[in-house]
Design a protein around this ligand. Structure first.
Ligand code: NAP
Length: 244
């Protein structure tokens, strides 16, 4: 099953690598992001240079109406969405007692409302077509909890619960829903960490390095593929062995 992949947050980092990989796998790709139009256009350009279709879409995943409009636009321009990768995300390191109500709600809105919005918009057609697969991007902090990231960890744990419940519900309709829970991956999201902290994190990793966006993209590509045809409701963890 190929077709059209929507990758949210695909202007940079993990989403960008995933969009490029899914294009290599044969998908036409809707390259989505919030603001970074030039970066998203560059991803599309690279995909088109390799002979595949790609189109840029901008919207806030937390905005229900905007997500529904985007999905309609993608269906009209590229065709039915057969693979949805919910990757868009934000991070923040803060003591729990310093997290404001606005920061708390924004974290939930982007990660939890975001996947509700995209899945709600995409699933009716997937169910009608009895075909489709969804991969949600969680985090190892959603599995173990991260100090000074209580709101992020809560949202990412919710992504895992969402994945498992939805997998059970839409499995009979022929739709698989899985999750990846990456460890520390070198992207803009880690830009706030100094080199010393990053090398300490690499040292704590059994495979002795930080992850790359491609490490995660390869895991997503597998979960989307027909080789993963009997896998649903699972959490695949490209984390170098940090969480076992
Ligand atoms: P990144 O480099 O910071 O990129 C984030 C992407 O999400 C960008 O494309 C950004 O769009 C988009 N985005 C952010 N907020 C959005 C919103 N409200 N609506 C739509 N798009 C939005 O992040 P990354 O490191 O690749 O992370 C990607 C995913 O992996 C996130 O869900 C993150 O939580 C998860 N993750 C990352 C790590 C890590 O160590 N990096 C580890 C585990 C899990 P703009 O470019 O327009 O801002």
């Amino acid at each position: 099953m190929k077709g059209v992949a929507l990758v949210t947050g695909a202007s940079r980092g993990i989403g960008r690598a995933t969009a490029l990989q899914l294009a290599k796998d044969g998908f036409a790709v809707a390259v989505h992001c919030l603001h970074s139009i030039d970066e998203a256009e560059a991803v599309c350009h690279q995909i088109r240079a390799n002979g595949k279709q790609a189109q840029t879409y901008l919207c806030d995943v937390a905005d229900t109406a905007a997500v529904h409009r985007m999905v309609q636009d993608i269906q009209l321009a590229l065709g039915p969405i057969t693979a949805l990768v919910n990757n868009a995300g934000i991070a923040q390191q803060k003591l729990f007692t310093d997290i404001t109500p606005e920061e708390w709600h924004r974290m939930m809105a982007v990660h939890v409302d975001g996947i509700y919005n995209t899945c709600h918009a995409v699933l009716p057609e997937m169910i009608r077509n009895h075909a489709g697969t969804i991969v949600n991007v969680s985090s190892m902090w959603g599995q173990t909890g991260g100090s000074c990231e209580v709101h992020y960890s809560t949202a990412k744990a919710a992504v895992i619960g969402f994945t498992k419940a939805l997998a059970k519900e839409v499995g009979p309709a022929g739709i698989r829903v899985n999750c990846v829970a990456p460890g520390v991956i070198k992207t803009d999201m880690m830009a706030g960490f100094d080199e010393e902290t990053l090398s300490a994190l690499a040292e704590e990793t059994p495979l002795c390095r930080l992850g790359t966006p491609e490490d995660v993209a390869n895991a997503v590509s597998f979960l989307v593929s027909e080789q993963a045809g009997f896998i649903t409701g699972q959490v695949l963890a490209p984390n170098g062995g940090t969480v076992i």
